[in-house]
Design a protein around this ligand. Structure first.
Ligand SMILES: Nc1ncnc2c1ncn2[C@@H]1O[C@H](COP(=O)(O)OP(=O)(O)OP(=O)(O)O)[C@@H](O)[C@H]1O
Length: 426
């Protein structure tokens, strides 16, 4: 059995950089856990601390339930593969893979049997007699993995092992790595900044930003129900549409979400209504993926945006239309956090709120809190270009009006800090 547990682990470098900030994470026996996040978010530091190559500043690391911070790397039953792996150039593939076994004193015959088995599993059985210089990049990476796996470690750590390979080979090796680790039942932690890699390979994904763990879940969970605005913005292609909306509650009837020129209504019996109602008179971020938008005829009733196509992108199997709907988009900056807006849009919302307030006998637009989003979140704003999926090469083009219906049950809500509003949602 091999499990990994990080307990409130923090790593602060001597220059004061906080690379990992209070991260707690449990990896189950045999699980394939992917650490996902942009460059510099602390993924490699997490792996290196588990391997024993760095010490945490605070917190504890447990392997199989036992604290290991006092254990040197060689006693942790861990194998690690990096992006920049080094093979011994003067040794054959077979000797490279078998080298760790030789070091531990395993006799030539059982050693060769294990080398042959792992080389077969990795599809490099034919090149065992070659030297590294006679291999392709993909074959070399397989040899590096073979060398790491041959000692049958309890835990396998991989740090962007495919990033030097071309995209075809990456896809091929992805499938091989996951099937190999599952077959061997080895607990794996895999670092990548590539969301496609994460979503296709992982049993669970842990998403990091600036040292902070943002979300942990199965690929379906983090994609369908992102815990934070950051995760919502990071996952998916095209990116989730993130629109700023003013919330106005008509008690026991519905909640109006005003996007400036257009309004969507959430019925009061929607399970998320009470959570969203707490933001009455405030601005929130509404996330809508392209797949939750369906082109409809302009006179369609219900939750519909009326827009005009600003531009089209053709992707062969589909086209993406980007619609101007008179709304404001929130742009989450991946690395440095949300940045200050460059264009004032507060007036639009205030007007919208006033308009909404006019519809009710008791106007309540708490001005003090309207604007919190720009002050606290400091998100970057721009006119929204609503991404909508269309059939390939549609007959309509830029300037054409287009109405899209919104699947309200697939809409996400985030507060000004970027936290999901409907808690207890998974
Ligand atoms: N030895 C070091 N001394 C000081 N700062 C460091 C050191 N190693 C890493 N850092 C910093 O710690 C932060 C996290 O780095 P880390 O390598 O863990 O990120 P990462 O998510 O793995 O990035 P990448 O995908 O680019 O490898 C970064 O700000 C990095 O500059």
């Amino acid at each position: 059995m091999s499990t990994v547990a990080l307990k409130e682990v923090t790593k602060i470098w001597p220059d004061g950089t906080t690379a990992v900030d209070n991260v707690s994470l449990d990896v189950q026996d045999g699980e394939f856990m992917v650490l996902l996040g942009p460059s510099g978010c602390g993924k490699s530091t997490v792996l290196r601390m588990i391997a024993g190559l760095e010490d945490p500043t605070q917190g504890d690391i447990l392997l199989n339930g036992e604290p290991v911070l006092e254990l040197p790397p060689r006693d942790r039953s861990i194998a690690m593969v990096f992006q920049d792996f080094a093979l011994y150039p003067h040794m054959t593939v077979s000797e490279n893979i078998g080298f760790p076994l030789k070091l531990s004193g395993i006799e030539p015959t059982p050693r060769q049997e294990r080398v042959d088995a792992i080389a077969g599993a990795l599809g490099i059985g034919e090149v065992l007699a070659r030297r590294p210089s006679q291999l392709s990049g993909g074959q070399r990476q397989r040899v590096a993995m073979g060398r790491a796996m041959v000692r049958r470690p309890g835990i396998f750590l991989m740090d962007e092992p495919l990033s030097n390979l071309d995209s075809g080979l990456r896809a091929e090796l992805r499938a091989e790595i996951t099937s190999m680790t599952r077959e061997l039942g080895v607990t794996t932690m895999y670092v990548t900044h590539d969301q496609a890699e994460a979503l296709t390979m992982a049993d669970r994904v842990a998403i990091m930003r600036k040292g902070v763990l943002q979300d942990v879940g199965t690929p379906t969970e983090v994609y369908r129900r992102p815990a934070t605005l950051y995760v919502a913005a990071f996952l998916g292609s095209p990116k989730m549409n993130l629109l700023e909306a003013a919330v106005y509650v008509h008690l026991d009837q519905y909640i109006a979400l005003s996007f400036g020129e257009q309004t969507l209504y959430m019925p009061w019996n929607d399970p998320r209504a009470r959570a969203v109602a707490r933001y009455h008179g405030e601005r929130i971020v509404v996330g809508i993926r392209a797949e939750a938008l369906t082109p409809v005829t302009p006179d369609t009733q219900g939750p519909v945006f009326q827009g005009r196509i600003r531009f089209l992108e053709h992707h062969g199997h589909e086209s993406l239309a980007y619609l101007d709907i008179g709304a404001t988009a929130i742009v989450v900056d991946e690395m440095s956090g949300p940045v200050t807006e460059t264009r004032s849009v507060g007036g639009g919302f205030r007007k919208a709120l006033q308009r909404l307030a006019g519809q009710t006998p008791e106007p309540v637009a708490p001005q003090g809190r309207v604007g919190v989003l720009s002050e606290v979140g400091k998100h970057h704003r721009k006119p929204a270009e609503l991404a909508v999926r269309l059939a390939p090469y549609p007959a309509i083009g830029p300037g054409h009006p287009l109405a899209v219906s919104v699947r309200m049950d697939a809409v996400h809500f985030f507060d000004e800090r970027g936290d999901r509003i409907d808690v207890g949602w998974r």
